[in-house]
Design a protein around this ligand. Structure first.
Ligand code: ADP
Length: 475
């Protein structure tokens, strides 16, 4: 059997029917190093806890070598977990910490000795048997936690942000160590992190997640070079992303200009066009497809990160040499540098119910809108809505579905000014504006474009434009 573990349509709801994880499908092969990557709260640990058996899926199946283990208790699974908190026993020395599980299993003493010695070698801490837990550094304690997990010879080692508590240098060292251990042990690793660099360095396969859903699965190279959407492109590495539209089979228009590109999207498709900074070519101003003015030049070790102002847009490029602030440069996007992704084209859906005053009360949010603003052909008299022929068309309780476009709305920090309140959950910079995703208290998601910079987590108020458009009326 090729797949060691398979998740089929896994869903997990902790509270009511709000999913923390939604319809996850994943196949992990024997000996693979798979990383679940995504921002905090996207459901990574929930998946790990379900594989370990600490949580039960609300629906879906977890197959281990083809057998459903969804209800199997954790201790019967050949799976061990290493957490960010090492959870070592402080009153036991290193030897006893590692031997603890084996003694519980009543393993022969000589064999325990052999196994403990072996795993201490694997984690590169030979001779630490008698040391106390408190005398070890964070990195060493995490190695002991790993030793304690692998001494059980699991088929799968689950690692839930295991390096999160370590300082940068130690983390980089442990990344390489973990890769070495993975190779040496030959077992399957499922690793969780929110750190894209860590995921790119270590994994055979990366699963990028957002809001409980899988966004993309692939090798580090695939995820970096061919992200499927703007979220993945923005989350992994630096990128320039612009709202674009295919104008012909081999051209895309963005920043008010056409560029040659290679993709299979048909003409008129709305796309997010991405160019990685290292693929932007800088040249003399008269030779560029665009010209820009250098607004920053930052030394990043092996290269400079150059930001250029190009009309209303900012473009980030890389260069071997630093540039002068104010310098004018030509900018080229060669066809192979442009990666187009299908735009999710999210518009904001609203539902309102007609009240006795002829106003639509929004189901999410507390605001009301005059129905005659949305249907100019209608008039309202005594709470009843009439069409231009004076026929009564809508009555109290009528449900109306409407939408507004992200670019027509704005954000405000004044709750009085806007119509919906929520927290910013993600930001994508699109050259001359930011696209924000905002989650309201009722878990309704909104998409708003704004030129000002807000932060993830900010509590904002969404100012809905007068240009609300209706699309459905339930009479
Ligand atoms: P991640 O590991 O990516 O940070 P988690 O899997 O911990 O994400 O959480 C996913 C979502 O589920 C979050 O919204 C979180 O608040 C929620 N959640 C996690 N554990 C519980 C729990 N025990 N009870 C209720 N909600 C939970």
């Amino acid at each position: 059997m090729d797949n060691l573990i398979e998740l089929k349509h896994i869903k997990k709801c902790y509270v009511g029917d709000i999913p923390a994880v939604c319809d996850i499908n994943l196949k992990v092969k024997w000996g693979e190093f798979v990383t679940l990557l995504g921002p905090s709260g996207c459901g990574k640990s929930t998946i790990i806890r379900m594989i370990a058996g600490f949580e039960q899926p609300t629906s879906g199946q977890i197959l281990l070598e083809g057998k459903d283990i969804s209800t199997m208790p954790p201790n019967e699974r050949k799976i061990n977990t290493v957490f960010q908190k090492y959870a070592l026993f402080p009153h036991l020395n290193i030897y006893d910490n590692i031997a603890f599980g084996l003694r519980e299993k009543k393993m022969d003493k000589a064999l325990i000795d052999k196994e403990v010695k072996h795993v201490l070698e694997v984690v590169d801490l030979e001779g630490f048997e008698k040391r106390k837990v408190q005398s070890l550094s964070g990195g060493q304690q995490q190695r002991i936690a790993i030793a304690r997990a692998i001494v059980n010879k699991p088929d799968i080692l689950l690692l839930d942000e295991p390096l999160g508590a370590l300082d940068y240098k130690m983390r980089v060292e442990m990344q390489l160590e973990l890769k070495r251990m993975h190779k040496e042990l030959g077992i399957t690793f499922i690793f969780v992190t929110h750190d894209q660099e860590e995921a790119l360095t270590m994994s055979d396969k990366i699963v990028v997640m957002s809001k409980g859903m899988k966004q993309q699965e692939g090798t580090p190279e695939e995820i970096y070079s061919r992200p499927v959407n703007a979220f993945v492109a923005d989350f992994i590495g630096e990128s320039n992303i612009f709202n674009g539209r295919k104008t012909r089979e081999d051209t895309v228009r963005f920043m008010g200009q056409e560029f040659i590109c290679n993709d299979n999207f048909p003409t008129d498709t709305e796309v997010d066009a991405m160019i990685r900074p290292e693929l932007v070519e800088l040249c003399d101003p008269e030779k560029g497809q665009l010209t820009g003015e250098v607004i920053s030049s930052i030394f990043k070790g092996k290269r400079y990160e150059i930001t250029l102002q190009c009309g209303k847009n900012e473009i980030v490029a890389e260069s071997k040499e630093g540039k002068e602030i104010g310098e004018k440069l030509g900018i080229c996007f060669p066809p192979s540098s442009i990666h187009n992704m299908l735009s999710d084209g999210m518009v904001n859906h609203l539902e309102g119910i007609l009240d006795e005053e002829g106003r639509l009360r929004m189901i999410d949010g507390s605001f009301k809108v005059d129905i005659t603003e949305i249907f100019p052909e209608y008039t309202c008299k005594d709470g009843k809505i009439y069409d231009s022929n004076h026929n009564q068309v809508l009555v109290e309780g009528t449900k109306v579905e409407m939408y507004f476009a992200p670019e027509d709305a704005a954000l405000s920090d004044n709750p009085e000014e806007g119509h919906f309140l929520g927290h910013i959950t993600s930001i994508i910079y699109k050259g001359d504006h930011y696209n924000y995703r905002i989650m309201s208290k009722n878990k309704v998601e909104y998409s708003v474009d704004d030129e000002y910079l807000w932060n993830v987590g900010d509590y904002v108020s969404i100012v809905v434009p007068r240009k609300i458009r209706h699309y459905n009326v339930y009479k």
